[in-house]
Design a protein. Sequence first.
Length: 124
Amino acid sequence: MHHLIKICIVLVAFSADLNAEENGSLSNEDHRLINMTTLNFNVCVQQNAAEQLNNYADVKEIAGHSVSHCDPELKQLRDQLATKMNPVAFSGLERHIKNRAIKKLLLQLMYHKSAQASDNETTE
């Protein structure tokens, strides 16, 4: 029974990929737009997190606030690619962009917070 469920999941995922291709292929310009938007989103998240370091104690709160603050970057991309990309495929792309930004940001924030704590221990 579990194998049947796995096969169904694979078929649904494969079907979603096919639908993304059927709804129009992305041009090189579209790919450049995705890359530039991803870069701008990452820069926005990093800058906003730096501004929020003293406002939140928990790094997850900083990351969540920063991603929410920069979300309009991805909404604009969604609007621009609405006729060229399947909404399910775009949701996957959006999730991927956010997850990568969050992973990178959380590592940097944890390093910063631990260095800050270490500095506080040294000065005491």
